[in-house]
Design a protein around this ligand. Structure first.
Ligand code: ADP
Length: 333
């Protein structure tokens, strides 16, 4: 202050509702203390400034909230529209695939049309999958709930994807908790989440030089503290998790906030639909659970499905076949 030729200085805090927003520093070249009328004036000035700062912050928050509201309204509208379109496309697609399969059966192996028909069939199957995802994402659908063992879900899904995983030279390990509590859920949907995690992990490992590793873990939270790839999640009562870790390309920090948005994809055109994670999160939330992500660019990612363990109140706590389960159903979205 002296170097600037100032001799007297006063610092006045800018007081917000419940915190100090900043400090107003004033200085002058003449020596001597500030008088009471000056201080009263400066205090009033500081109070006015504090109100301005607080209003500016509130305004920014309102604008942000409005933008979020518009965004979610847009997403809801897109969801409804997508469901309508998907529904309309389902029937003609069934006819296209059915006819292609009929012609395929009739065409001899050496026929030049055979690869073309196979292509029609393959593309049709891909479209069907996209449609199915869209419908799952946006349809009000009843899914029956049952007592589920996440370890069994893993064992059921592995044979379905192991060919694709092995084919990509990925070393897969599973670490399943030996005494995992049941959850109350829909088997098909939880399987779908796991398949999405696994296929994303496979894609993230594509082109990686060096060892490609993928790990599936189940466990109880917060009891499990193995410390390796188990994600660092806030403890909660009676929760179980299913996580998939890979040492692939990881997710850019700028992409992380978007990965659960429908249609967000960083994959090549024709490869990604951007629906896998949004559908998966919808499923997790419909099961009163959530999905957590940990990722480091260039190092890998861990996706964790976290679900509440069954309680006696679910009527779904038994393990044996003789239990008389009486389960409800959930409304997905
Ligand atoms: P899609 O797989 O069709 O792109 P998803 O909703 O499943 O759609 O995933 C959205 C995006 O999230 C992906 O395009 C990718 O950028 C990112 N992502 C998901 N899983 C992983 C992963 N294991 N590693 C790196 N990126 C991932």
């Amino acid at each position: 202050m002296r170097s600037k030729g100032m001799a007297t200085m006063v610092c006045i805090p800018l007081l917000g509702k419940d915190k100090v927003l900043g400090i107003l520093n004033l200085a002058r070249k003449t020596k001597g203390t500030y008088g009471q009328p000056e201080l009263t004036f400066l205090q009033q000035l500081a109070d006015q400034l504090a109100v301005c700062v607080e209003n500016a912050r509130l305004y920014a928050e309102v604008i942000r909230g409005k933008a979020e509201l518009i965004q979610s309204a847009k997403l809801a509208a897109i969801g409804q529209m997508a469901a309508g379109v998907a529904h309309e496309l389902n029937s003609p697609l069934t006819a296209i695939m059915g006819n292609a399969q009929l012609l395929l059966r009739k065409s001899p192996p050496e026929s030049p049309e055979k690869p073309l028909l196979e292509d029609i069939n393959r593309c049709g199957a891909r479209c069907k999958k996209i449609i199915q995802n869209l419908l799952t994402f946006s349809r009000q659908e009843q899914f029956p709930l049952e007592p589920l063992d996440l370890n069994q879900v893993v064992n059921k899904v592995l044979p379905l994807v192991s060919f694709q995983i092995d084919h990509s030279n990925i070393r897969m390990v599973t670490k399943l908790h030996p005494d995992l509590p049941l959850i109350t859920g829909n088997s098909q949907q939880i399987e779908q989440v796991l398949v999405n995690f696994l296929l994303n992990a496979r894609d993230a490992l594509e082109g990686k030089l060096g060892k490609k590793a993928l790990k599936i873990t189940t466990g109880i939270f917060p009891e499990n503290n193995s410390g390796d790839s188990t994600p660092d999640l806030a403890p909660g009562p009676g929760r179980v998790y299913l996580s998939v870790s890979d040492n692939g390309q990881g997710i850019k920090e700028s992409d992380l906030p978007n990965i659960f948005n429908p249609f967000f994809t960083t994959k090549d055109v024709g490869k990604g639909t951007g629906l896998g994670l949004s559908v998966s999160l919808g499923i997790a939330e419909a099961h009163n659970g959530t999905i957590k992500v940990e990722s480091a660019c260039g190092k890998g990612s861990t996706f964790t499905l976290l679900l509440p363990a069954s309680t006696g109140e679910d009527n779904c706590v038994g393990r044996g076949e003789n239990h008389d389960y009486q389960c409800s159903s959930i409304n997905h979205r």
